[in-house]
Design a binder for this molecule. Structure first.
Ligand SMILES: NC(=O)C1=CN([C@@H]2O[C@H](COP(=O)(O)OP(=O)(O)OC[C@H]3O[C@@H](n4cnc5c(N)ncnc54)[C@H](O)[C@@H]3O)[C@@H](O)[C@H]2O)C=CC1
Length: 392
């Protein structure tokens, strides 16, 4: 995972720069909205050419860049985790058209906004600490982008080749990328539609890599979700989307034969299906236990596929779990909440666990699995931070 949560060990001694940075962060925290607005206002007034790199309406992801910079600065002492996080961020910025020349402008606005609002802690020493931190942050991002440029395009164009409405608000969209798109089952990508330029959302691949090179996504139109609504209700074969590179570490460890416990809620079943296909192509028999959750039987939009996979593979067991009503009329269907059902069918100590679905499910799923004896190191899921806009 590329998240920086719990990056710093509480015992590590803090550097002088980190202490100064922490004071600034504490001071701006209560007024973070104002600092964010000031940062973007300064950036766009002084560098109007950079405005075109951001979406027309900034409200949904207005503070993502600024937040990422502050997050990185907060963890300036933890160089390994910081490098992993910032390299991911630097590579991810290629699809926005970010160039090395843009970084000084962002740094200037960051320092300007901090100086304006952190009046108590600001001074030459603090400023110097921030300059050093930002220089390190931007250099890691620039280097990672340059390295990635040698091996992958900044983005892929991908033509919609099929669009299947499974429920009134869930579609399975299949695209053909314009160049080979290497990825691993369980990963996700960012996707931009022609209707909302520069608005990118994350979606997991719904299949393992296929011989025809096509990629599928399960999209649910969520209220006020700009990208998800056009993908479900407007996109048609022939439309061309843009994709960023593949990311995520929710992939199968093929060095073991341990079983896989897969928990997928709603459209979170998409990467789980990819993981099952991955295990199948590897040809090693491993137990795969899937809990597929939805609010009601009607919402189990991919149950037919799951049943088909289950009847093809003797090592696979799929249990539908619905919050209300009977579960797909099946003997092993469960009515209740997904984390409770998983707990009920344990123990799971010998399994690698995979969680995919709404952020609330990931959080309660981790608690349930740890409670059921699964070591945290064996639980994989995508970064909850990145999931927030996934459904939009
Ligand atoms: N890689 C990943 O983790 C992926 C995540 N997603 C995310 O999955 C979500 C799918 O949305 P919907 O289909 O509308 O799901 P949903 O809201 O219908 O919920 C699906 C299942 O999760 C359970 N659930 C929801 N919130 C929960 C909570 N707080 N605690 C415990 N269980 C909870 C529900 O009871 C249901 O069984 C979206 O937020 C999307 O971003 C989608 C694809 C991949």
């Amino acid at each position: 995972m590329e998240s920086l949560v719990s990056a710093v060990s509480p015992d590590a001694p803090e550097s002088a720069d980190a202490a100064l940075i922490r004071r600034t962060l504490a001071e701006i925290e209560p007024v973070s909205d104002k600092v964010t607005s000031y940062f973007y206002a300064m950036l766009f007034v002084q560098h109007p050419d950079l405005r075109a790199l951001f979406p027309a309406a900034m409200d949904t992801q207005r503070d993502r860049l600024f937040k990422a910079l502050l997050t990185a600065a907060r963890h300036i002492d933890d160089s390994d985790r910081l490098t992993a996080y910032l390299s991911h961020l630097g590579r991810g910025h290629r699809k926005y058209g970010t160039l090395p020349d843009h970084y000084p402008a962002v740094g200037e606005s960051l320092l300007g906004a901090l100086a304006r609002y952190a009046t108590l802690s600001w001074g030459p020493e603090t400023e110097a600490a921030w300059v050093r931190a930002y220089t390190a942050i931007s250099q890691i991002m620039i280097d990672a982008a340059a390295e990635n440029e040698a091996v992958a395009p900044a983005w892929w164009q991908a033509e919609v080749v099929s669009h299947e409405l499974r429920t009134p608000d869930i579609a399975v969209v299949t695209v053909r990328p314009d160049q080979p798109y290497p990825f691993r089952a369980g990963q996700y990508t960012s996707l931009e539609t022609p209707w909302w330029p520069r608005v990118w959302r994350h979606y997991s691949f719904a299949s393992a890599p296929r011989s025809d090179g096509l990629l599928s996504f399960h999209i649910k139109a969520v209220p006020a979700g700009w990208v998800s609504n056009v993908l479900v209700h407007r996109a048609r074969p022939g439309d061309v989307l843009r994709l960023g590179g593949p990311v995520g570490s929710m992939t199968v460890d093929h060095t073991t034969r341990d079983g896989l416990l897969c928990v997928g809620g709603g459209t979170g079943i998409a990467p789980i299906k990819a993981l099952i296909e991955d295990v199948a192509t590897h040809g090693v028999r491993r137990r795969v236990e899937v809990f597929y959750g939805a609010r009601s039987d009607h919402d189990l939009y991919d149950m037919d596929t799951m049943l088909r996979l289950e009847s093809s593979y003797p090592w696979l067991q799929v249990r539908p779990v619905v919050s209300t009503g009977p579960a797909a009329g099946r003997a092993n269907g469960v009515t209740g909440e997904l984390p409770d059902a998983v707990r009920q069918y344990g123990p799971w100590q010998e399994f690698d666990a995979y969680l995919s679905g709404p952020p609330g499910l990931i959080r309660s799923g981790v608690v349930a699995l740890v409670g059921a004896g699964v070591p945290t190191g064996r639980i994989r899921h995508d970064s909850v931070d990145e999931l927030v806009p996934v459904g939009e």
